[in-house]
Design a protein around this ligand. Structure first.
Ligand code: FHN
Length: 471
């Protein structure tokens, strides 16, 4: 038997070192973890969620080089060219002398994005390179000190808003142009420099929030270094500052770290920020990862394999055809998420032909079928091999990507849910029949592209049951 004193000492030690156990489920008592236990559900959040599909735009000095430095093409992500080609910061930033996007017309961009069916646009205000698309007073590395001299971000915000599109700001905390940035804080000098960097970042964000108060979302990036992860309190302070300055603004999960260094989700497994933003160039599995349907999230995707900024040679990787881009948008919505599709205009401010064609194709599809996307979410139906379901109340949309060999689409309803009607988006009825308990066959439709069948289901929504099973 153990000596009782030793046992007491062990228990005391354990009490000191083991995580604090509080309010039943929570393992750790956290000051800088998640700020709420439920989904955020105010009007601004619902607006963000209901939009479902947005564009991402990466535009900066890297858009001029297009993946090529001193005659050599680098196949990696074009916006990382400075790193691939090991270009010193002063040499990289000297490109500002050539920044003069003569083909740029903010209204044209806005019309294109609107026509493509996007409801919001995420713009890189500052990517890792540190060049600001707005005339910031915090640094010389801005549009103000280029031959262009205009506030390009301001022009974009106005043009998008004029078209009725919400603007979201991408902001990289990691900044290669600022000598105070540190990846790690190894000594006092590092900490002092990083404190200066924190003030600089705050000032930039304060400028963005006050100069462009119609901004609806801040999407943070470049927050993976130990220096940022070790400053959880600061990341929460930034989020709170933005929310004070811009009522209703949403903030992605990528900004935050708790005091134990956990990112996105705190050490108790709770989401930080307003929505999860970890799905980058990947999507949750529709069978295994149903947990995601319980929270808000937004995925983002590139059209080539991994190019966000403009790269002059798209032949270096597989390029997704429009139908595949659409499939990913639908996949995200079917699991209760949003999707941001990336565009990378070149240094003159023009979109490449492939991107214009993609925007046209998506716009055409969304004009006819957008009802199955906007304001829709997870349907609670079992995954089908012909495509995806989305749902709005008692209307369930079948979005058919793979025509089956037989002329029937099998629909397995959640227990107790009955299908009352089936039609095309234009109202044309579609034949269907009950084939077994909680199972129907719906007729296929001749179509050369993905099509939508609208099902009316009874009010005995199974969504709740699915949710109960998941939680
Ligand atoms: O490094 C960046 C990358 O260039 C791009 O901006 C993407 C967009 O989600 N985010 C970072 C990688 O996670």
């Amino acid at each position: 038997m153990k000596h009782p004193l030793r046992l007491t000492a062990c228990l005391l030690l354990a009490a000191c070192f083991l995580p604090f156990v509080s309010h039943g489920e929570e393992k750790y008592e956290l000051k800088y973890g998640a700020q709420r236990t439920e989904k955020r559900d105010d009007e601004a959040m619902r607006r963000f969620r209901d939009h479902r599909v947005g564009a991402f735009i990466h535009w900066g000095l890297y858009s001029m080089a297009g993946g090529e430095w001193k005659g050599k093409i680098y196949p990696g992500a074009a916006e990382w060219l400075k790193a691939w080609a090991k270009v010193p910061s002063d040499e990289w930033l000297a490109q500002m002398d050539r920044w003069n996007p003569t083909g740029f017309d903010a209204r044209e961009w806005a019309r294109m994005m609107k026509a493509a069916g996007f409801r919001y646009v995420k713009i890189t205000t500052k990517h890792h390179e540190g060049f600001c698309l707005w005339p910031s007073a915090t640094t010389p590395y801005t549009v103000a000190n280029t031959p262009c001299g205009r506030d390009l971000l301001g022009e974009l915000v106005k043009a998008f808003n004029d078209e009725g599109l919400d603007v979201h700001f991408y902001f990289s905390v990691m900044d290669w142009s600022n000598p105070d940035y540190r990846t790690q804080l190894n000594c006092r000098e590092d900490s002092t420099a990083f404190e200066r960097f924190k003030r600089f970042t705050e000032a930039q964000l304060r400028e963005l929030a006050t100069r462009y108060p119609s901004v609806k979302d801040f999407w943070f990036d470049g927050t993976w270094d130990a220096s940022v992860k070790g400053n959880g309190a600061w990341t929460l302070q930034l989020e709170n500052m933005l929310k004070d300055l811009v009522p209703g603004v949403t903030v992605n999960s990528r900004l935050r770290a708790d005091e134990r260094g956990s990112r996105h989700f705190d050490s108790n497994g709770r989401l930080m920020g307003d929505y999860e933003s970890g799905y980058e160039r990947r999507l949750p599995d529709p069978v295994r990862d149903l947990q995601v349907t319980l929270r808000d999230w937004e995925a983002c995707m590139t059209v080539p394999e991994n190019q966000w900024g403009y790269h002059k040679d798209w032949s270096l990787s597989y390029v997704k055809p429009p139908v595949e881009v659409l499939r990913r948008v639908v996949h995200a919505v079917s699991m209760g998420g949003n999707m941001a599709v990336n565009f990378g205009p070149d240094g003159t401010g023009r979109f490449r032909q492939e991107e214009k064609e993609l925007a046209d194709w998506l716009g055409n599809w969304m004009r006819h079928n957008g009802e199955a996307i906007y304001g829709c979410g997870y349907a609670g139906f079992e995954k089908a091999d012909w495509g995806y379901y989305t749902r709005k109340g008692d209307t369930v949309y079948m979005i058919v990507f793979n025509q089956p060999f037989g002329a029937r689409l099998r629909v397995k309803t959640p227990a107790g849910t009955a299908v009352r009607g089936a039609s095309l988006i234009d109202g044309t009825p579609v034949g269907f029949m009950e084939t077994a308990r909680d199972e129907y066959n719906v007729n296929t439709v001749e179509s050369s592209e993905p099509y939508v069948i609208r099902l009316t289901v009874d009010a005995g929504s199974a969504e709740g049951k699915y949710r109960d099973a998941l939680t």
